[in-house]
Ligand binder design. Structure first.
Ligand code: GLV
Ligand code: MG
Length: 325
């Protein structure tokens, strides 16, 4: 390991993160009873400009009056380039800050954006005498945000997670697509013709490098990397495939823009019984190897060594975190 220790952010189950528009308070009760690990009440892109003020009031009322149980509660504020943002922070934190665990900052572009919100939240918490510190979730969804992702990830002790906002990221990159998440038939490889002249098209994942980049910045700073939205809520198989790709790259959660996606996210982002059993076998085999004075052994015909223990321990730890709720 490097001599540079990495402090881990506040531990929090974040397999699923449900987006709920602040302008639709009739959805709040149902969300509170759902299986979401984290809920963000939205003031940004799911809310029309004329509804921003009322959405803020709905959120303050909802946070104070609804029993959200043990769920982690977040609000997505408006961007720092809008005049809505300061009231989102001031009104909601002042009036409902004690039930707020997180603030989600959209389209974050630089470390100075994080500093600005940190300064505001710190003043409000101090003035109100709140004991709990509100954490930050950052949506990496612009070219600028991705360019500065490492500085953003390190910009505040409040930072807890980085989220890949695929829709705005596509817009910012002027990517030729209009879907939210998922794949694109034009991002593909055409194989050379086989003997019979046939060719195969292999679709690729055009968001691979962006998500992988964000995961590096998150993990190097002890934060949770979370995959963002998948717009086609009538395609559970497509959602699961996207969630699995993100999980394999290191993401530990995914957004749900529809309640039907919650169970899918929780399932994909929880290690399966088979994975946990295998991880425990690796840990046991390595303990036996160490007792016999060996650093590497074979298990089921494959090499395992001390790195395998670290991989296995991550899985077992995650399973314990989920079991503890
Ligand atoms: C989320 O905010 C996105 O733009 O995908
Ligand atoms: Mg967005």
């Amino acid at each position: 390991m490097s001599f540079h220790p990495i402090d881990q952010a506040t531990a929090r189950l974040n397999r699923s993160e449900l987006a709920v528009p602040g302008s639709q308070p009739e959805m709040f009760e149902k969300a509170a009873k759902s299986d979401a690990d984290v809920i963000f009440l939205d003031l940004e892109d799911a809310v029309a400009p004329d509804e921003k003020e009322q959405a803020r009031k709905n959120i303050i009322k909802g946070l104070n009056e609804i029993d959200w149980g043990t769920k982690s509660m977040s609000i997505r504020i408006n961007g720092l380039d809008t005049h809505y943002m300061y009231r989102d922070v001031v009104d909601v934190v002042e009036q409902a800050g004690e039930r707020l665990d997180l603030i989600m900052i959209p389209k974050v572009g630089t470390a100075a954006d994080v500093y600005a919100i940190d300064m505001m939240v710190t003043q409000i918490e101090d003035a109100k005498g709140f004991k709990k510190r509100i954490g930050f979730e950052h949506i990496i969804e612009t070219a600028l945000g991705m360019q500065n992702v490492n500085e953003i990830a390190a910009a505040s002790k409040r930072n807890e997670s980085l989220h890949f906002g695929v829709a705005d990221y596509a817009a910012s990159m002027r990517a030729r697509t209009t879907v939210i998440g998922g794949v694109n038939e034009h991002y593909s490889v055409l194989t050379d013709p086989a003997e019979d002249g046939s060719r195969e098209v292999h679709w690729g994942d055009m968001w691979h490098s962006a998500i992988a980049n964000m995961v590096v910045a998150a993990r190097a700073n002890g934060l949770r990397p979370i995959d963002g939205p998948f717009g086609d809520f009538s395609d559970p198989a497509g959602y699961k495939a996207a969630a699995f790709r993100a999980a394999v790259l290191g993401c530990e959660g995914k957004w749900a823009i529809h309640p039907s996606q919650l169970a899918l996210a929780n399932e994909v982002m929880s290690p399966s019984d088979a994975e946990v059993t295998k991880a425990n076998r690796i840990i046991e085999a390595m303990a036996a190897a160490e007792a016999a004075g060996k650093g590497a052994v074979s298990l089921d015909g494959r090499l395992i060594d001390y790195a395998s223990i670290r991989q296995a321990e991550n899985l077992v730890e995650k399973a314990k975190q989920i079991a503890a709720g």
